[in-house]
Design a protein around this ligand. Structure first.
Ligand code: PLP
Length: 226
């Protein structure tokens, strides 16, 4: 008799969900715990269970949480939301990795301000592989043309690409989209692919994701909409 394990996201405790999700990931895929919409205390619980990398999508929500968690300097914060020009300095000061660089103009601004601040954050370029009015991102063709530019973004370290699948795709269509992202990153010589959320991380992992960004599968429903 084949016993199917319960879905990781339906397990009752944070410890069990974290354990089940991390053990479902291959060694090349890391888990970014998306704590947006959840209180600092939940981040502290996950950190006590060994989770280090956390994702937030709004600077103004992240700041008080990070301050509350200032006694945990090992935490590795990733910015995953739409980044407005006037938030660039604040985000650079508080996040070591930015997944949502969606224009060359934003990259240039990050570059200039990171240099002023003496910082060298990791960045990922957000790419839009399908029409989706709810999302921003580079056109895949535009990213290919940017290739020579990627080398002169210092002190930024451009490590890879990030993408999100639009709602309404079948699992096969999502797999295909994530493979396109992996293929583009490989063509550009970029290691990281940040792809896969609670509803589609399995397809993203199958396609070669190196970061899955999981919020609700890990922490449950967000009490505060994010
Ligand atoms: C909110 C968010 C996530 C996590 O979403 P879940 O569906 O809760 O896993 C991942 N990536 C981005 C960019 C997000 O804004």
């Amino acid at each position: 008799m084949v016993v199917t394990p319960p879905l990781a996201e339906s397990l009752p405790s944070l410890a069990e969900r974290l354990q089940a999700l991390t053990s479902a990931l291959p060694p090349t895929t890391r888990l970014l715990a998306v704590s947006k919409g959840h209180p600092a205390d939940l981040v502290r619980q996950a950190a006590a269970l060994g989770q280090r990398s956390f994702g937030e999508s709004r600077l103004q929500d992240a700041v008080p949480k990070q301050e509350e968690l200032a006694d945990l300097p090992q935490l590795d914060w990733h910015f995953i939301g739409r980044l407005q020009a006037n938030k660039v300095r604040g985000v650079l000061r508080r996040f070591g990795t930015i997944h949502s660089v969606d224009s060359l103009e934003l990259a240039r601004r990050l570059q200039r301000i990171a240099a002023e601040e003496g910082l060298s954050p990791a960045i990922l370029l957000q790419v839009k592989f399908r029409p989706d009015p709810t999302k921003t991102g580079f056109d895949p063709a535009a990213v290919r043309e940017l290739r020579p530019t990627l080398e002169d973004l210092e002190p930024l370290r451009c490590l890879g690409l990030m993408t999100m699948a639009p709602l309404g795709l079948s699992p096969d269509q999502r797999l295909e989209l994530f493979r396109e992202c992996r293929g583009l990153a490989d063509d550009l010589g970029l290691r990281e692919c940040s792809m896969g959320m609670s509803g589609d991380w399995r397809e993203a992992v199958a396609a070669g994701s190196t970061w899955v960004r999981l919020g609700s599968a890990l922490f449950g429903r967000r009490p505060i909409p994010g």
